[in-house]
Design a protein around this ligand. Structure first.
Ligand SMILES: Cc1cc2nc3c(=O)[nH]c(=O)nc-3n(C[C@H](O)[C@H](O)[C@H](O)COP(=O)(O)OP(=O)(O)OC[C@H]3O[C@@H](n4cnc5c(N)ncnc54)[C@H](O)[C@@H]3O)c2cc1C
Length: 398
C-alpha cells in the first residue's frame, strides 16, 4: 500500500482488546448498508463465513433513506448489465430473508410530445417487451387521476423489469438474517479505524478475515481520503419526503417524470434528449437548478416517497432549504393531479457521487477491496455487484 492509502492505525489499547465475538471469518465486510449486506448475503450463499462491522446500531445510511427503486431499465451499457444481474439476486434475497420486493415495474409519465418522443426512441431501441408505451388515458388511470384522459398527460411508458423494495426494511432485514446464520455475525456500534491485509482495526479491537470488503459508501474519505479524493468522490445531498397517498393513487410502480429522463443514461442517450433538456429548462428552470429528479414510489403501507434534489459538496450542510421541499412536492402533486400533498415526514439523504465514474472498485492491498457506488444507484446495482465480486468478474475501476 502506498503512503496515500495507508489507513489509520488502531490505538494500542483497542488493538489488544478482543472484539464482541472471537474467530476469523472468510470475509469481513465494513458497512451494513445495502452494498455491504448484499455482499454478506452472497458470501453466505456461497458457503463462506462472514462478519459485518458497522459503526451504527442499525442501518441509517443511504440505504434506508432512498426510494427503494431498483431502477434497472433506465441504465445503459455496462451498468444495465450489472443492474439486470442484480434483479435475480434481489428476488432470491427477498424470498430467503422474507423482505418485500415487488416486480412492479416503473411508469414513466410523458406530458409533452418531446417526452413521449424520448420514450418512443427507447422503445425502438429496447423493443416493446422492455418498454411498453401507454396512452394518456391508461397513464392517468394508473396514477389514479380523475380529471384525465386529457389534462396535461400525453402518454407514458411502462418498464416491467424494474423492482421495488421497502428501503426501511431491506437493509435491516438482511442484517438480521446475516446475524441469524451460523456462519454470519454483525458487529454493531463498532467503528472501523484502519485496515491491513487480514485485519480490520475497530474501536472494539481487531477483527480478522481472509478477505476484507470496505463498503462504507460516501464515508470512504474518512478511512482512505486519498483514494476518495483521487476518484473525485463528493457527497450528494438529497431532499426527500413521505406523503399520504392522494385518493385514487394506486399504482405500485415507481413513477418517473421528465426530470428523471434527464438524469438516467437510457433516456439521455436518445436523439430527443437534448430537445427535452431545452424544453424542461424553459418551463421548469427552478427544478433543474436544484438538480431535481421528480419521482415517487409507494411504500407497502400506501404512503408515498417523494423526491428528490441533488446538491454536491465534499461535506454536506445540515440545513435543508424549504423551497426545495416545496418545489418537489408541488411537482409531484401536479403529476398526480392534486392541489397539494399532505407531507408526513421529511429527511435528507446522502450518497457518494463522482464525475469520474459510477463506481469505485479499488484493491487497496492483498485481500482488501473498497467498493462504493458513486452514482446514486446502489440499490439497483447491489446484488449484481455482490454476484460479480464472488464470481471474480468485478474488475477494479480506473
Ligand atoms: C435520497 C436517496 C434516494 C436514492 N434513491 C435510489 C434509488 O431509487 N435507487 C437506487 O438504486 N439507489 C438510490 N439511492 C442510492 C443508494 O441509496 C445508495 O447508492 C446505496 O444505498 C449505497 O449503499 P452503501 O451500502 O454503499 O451505503 P450506506 O447505506 O450509506 O451504508 C454505509 C454503511 O457504512 C457504515 N460505515 C461508514 N464508515 C464506517 C466505519 N468507519 N466503520 C464502520 N462502519 C462504517 C455506515 O454506518 C453505513 O451503515 C438513493 C440515495 C439517496 C440518499
Amino acid at each position: 500500500m502506498s503512503s496515500s492509502t495507508t489507513p489509520t492505525t488502531a490505538p494500542a489499547s483497542s488493538r489488544t482488546r478482543a472484539p464482541g465475538t472471537p474467530g476469523r471469518s472468510d470475509v469481513v465486510i465494513v458497512g451494513a448498508g445495502i452494498i455491504g449486506l448484499a455482499h454478506a448475503f452472497e458470501a453466505l450463499s456461497n458457503g463462506l463465513s462472514v462478519t459485518v462491522v458497522d459503526r451504527d446500531r442499525q442501518p441509517v445510511g443511504a440505504s434506508v433513506r432512498n426510494f427503494g427503486h431498483c431502477c434497472i431499465s433506465a441504465q445503459d451499457g455496462g451498468l444495465l448489465a450489472l443492474a439486470q444481474r442484480s434483479r435475480p439476486g434481489w428476488l432470491r434475497a427477498a424470498e430467503t430473508v422474507g423482505i418485500w420486493a415487488e416486480q412492479a415495474g416503473t411508469l414513466v409519465v410523458a406530458r409533452s410530445a418531446t417526452e413521449a418522443a424520448v420514450l418512443e426512441e427507447l422503445r425502438d431501441e429496447r423493443g416493446g417487451d422492455a418498454v411498453e408505451l401507454r396512452t394518456a388515458a391508461r397513464t392517468a388511470a394508473l396514477l389514479g387521476r380523475a380529471d384525465d384522459a386529457a389534462g396535461d398527460l400525453v402518454g407514458g411508458a411502462f418498464l416491467p423489469a424494474d423492482l421495488r423494495v421497502n428501503p426501511r426494511e431491506a437493509a435491516p432485514g438482511l442484517a438480521r438474517w446475516v446475524a441469524e446464520q451460523p456462519q454470519g455475525r454483525v458487529l454493531w456500534g463498532t467503528a472501523v479505524t484502519g485496515v491491513e491485509p487480514g485485519t480490520v482495526h475497530t474501536t472494539r479491537g481487531p477483527v480478522h478475515g481472509d478477505r476484507i470488503l470496505i463498503c462504507v459508501g460516501h464515508d470512504l474519505d474518512y478511512l482512505f481520503p486519498d483514494i476518495a479524493e483521487g476518484h473525485g468522490i463528493q457527497r450528494c445531498r438529497l431532499t426527500m419526503a413521505r406523503a399520504a397517498a392522494p385518493a385514487g393513487f394506486r399504482t405500485s410502480s415507481a413513477v418517473l417524470t421528465a426530470t428523471s429522463m434527464l438524469r438516467y443514461d437510457a433516456f439521455t442517450s436518445r436523439p430527443s434528449a437534448a430537445l427535452l433538456r431545452e424544453e424542461v429548462l424553459g418551463h421548469s428552470r427552478e427544478l433543474l437548478d436544484i438538480g431535481a429528479n421528480v419521482m415517487f414510489t409507494r411504500l407497502p403501507d400506501g404512503t408515498v416517497l417523494v423526491g428528490d434534489s441533488h446538491h454536491y459538496d465534499a461535506t454536506t450542510t445540515p440545513f435543508v432549504d424549504e423551497r426545495t421541499h416545496e418545489l418537489l412536492t408541488d411537482a409531484v402533486a401536479r403529476v398526480l393531479g392534486v392541489e397539494r400533498l399532505r407531507v408526513l415526514e421529511r429527511w435528507q439523504g446522502v450518497y457518494a457521487s463522482s464525475p469520474r465514474g459510477p463506481l469505485l472498485v479499488r484493491d487497496l492491498a492483498p485481500g482488501v477491496r473498497a467498493i462504493s457506488v458513486t452514482s446514486g444507484i446502489g440499490m439497483t446495482l447491489s446484488f449484481g455487484l455482490a454476484a460479480a465480486t464472488f464470481d471474480g468478474t468485478l474488475a477494479p475501476t480506473a
